[in-house]
Design a protein around this ligand. Structure first.
Ligand SMILES: NC(=O)c1ccc[n+]([C@@H]2O[C@H](COP(=O)([O-])OP(=O)(O)OC[C@H]3O[C@@H](n4cnc5c(N)ncnc54)[C@H](O)[C@@H]3O)[C@@H](O)[C@H]2O)c1
Length: 272
């Protein structure tokens, strides 16, 4: 059985831990850490098989585990990812936006080779990354339009310097248009999907992002269009937000669980 350390005990971390505890992911959750002691204690209380709460995030990978699962924040990735690989553990990252910083991407990519370890990035709140990866060399344009309820966008760095008042939006309104690189910086907790598309395809400067606030929607919708020599692909994903964190879609949680289940299982692997 694989042994797992979990960094981040919020909406995603909790559901991943419950999936391990119920046997859906054939593994043992041995250690957890969250910057909030309440969050880690409240998670452990929900589990039949109680993991140890460690005192800081670096202690996760100094224990005898196989993989650290990050479900915390971009800062957490910047802080611990390299030491996880140096400690010869695999890493699954949910806060994918952190990897659009090229120096971090390059350091982690080199560390994977040096320490012979793997970083897993689940497809998160979108589908279609298998196709995008396959046509990468023939891709000429890729755009994503993300539509969310204003409450799912609240607190983003973008609003510190914007005149837009989310509470006053009465109909579907485009609030941001730019590259994935800009989007991930200005909406770090909202648009990890743009980072995933960039990393699978033609990079964050060549991936166009539009963010729409719609007070009449109850879904997080992603409309992706990719075209090039191979032809054209269009994906529309209509996600229900997680009740515990409206910024996070249910699909993002389920994709994290499935990636981990695959990592922990010996079986036929389906899909590209
Ligand atoms: N890849 C995707 O498609 C996708 C989708 C949704 C969310 N996410 C990302 O996954 C991460 C977790 O999402 P969530 O919905 O569970 O968020 P959440 O806010 O519900 O939980 C995050 C938890 O991590 C803890 N935390 C934050 N920074 C930390 C740090 N540096 N060290 C230790 N603990 C820290 C917080 O205290 C909190 O308990 C976020 O970064 C989010 O942007 C990715």
């Amino acid at each position: 059985m694989k042994r797992i350390g979990l960094l981040g005990c919020g909406a995603i971390g909790t559901q991943i831990a419950l999936a391990i505890d119920s046997g859906k992911v054939p593994a043992t959750l041995t250690h957890v850490y969250d910057g909030s002691k309440e969050a880690s204690a409240s998670l452990v209380e929900k589990l039949k098989n109680k993991p140890t709460i460690v005192e800081n995030s670096h202690l996760l990978s100094s224990n005898p585990i196989d993989i650290v699962v990050e479900a915390a924040s971009q800062d957490a990735v910047k802080d611990v990812a390299l030491s996880v690989l140096q400690n010869k553990k695999d890493l699954m990252i949910m806060s994918v936006g952190a990897l659009l910083d090229e120096s971090i991407y390059d350091i982690l990519s080199d560390a994977c080779k040096d320490f012979k370890k793997t970083i897993y990035l689940p497809s998160g709140a979108i589908s279609g990354l298998d196709g995008i990866k396959s046509v990468k060399d023939e891709l000429e344009s890729i755009t994503i339009t993300t539509t969310k309820h204003p409450r799912s966008l609240k607190g983003a760095k973008f609003f510190e310097s914007s005149e837009i008042d989310l509470d006053k939006i009465e109909s579907s309104t485009i609030i941001f248009e730019g590259t994935a690189k800009e989007a991930v910086t200005l909406f770090p907790a909202n648009i990890n999907v743009a980072a995933l598309l960039s990393l699978s395809g033609i990079g964050s400067e060549n991936t166009s992002v539009k963010i729409v606030a719609d007070p009449n929607t109850d879904k997080n919708t992603h409309h992706i269009e990719a075209s090039g020599k191979f032809g054209k692909m269009t994906f529309i994903i209509e996600n229900f937000p997680d009740p515990n964190n409206p910024k996070t879609s249910r699909l993002a949680i389920l994709s994290g669980i499935e990636t981990l289940r695959k990592y922990c299982s010996d079986e036929i692997q389906i899909g590209t």
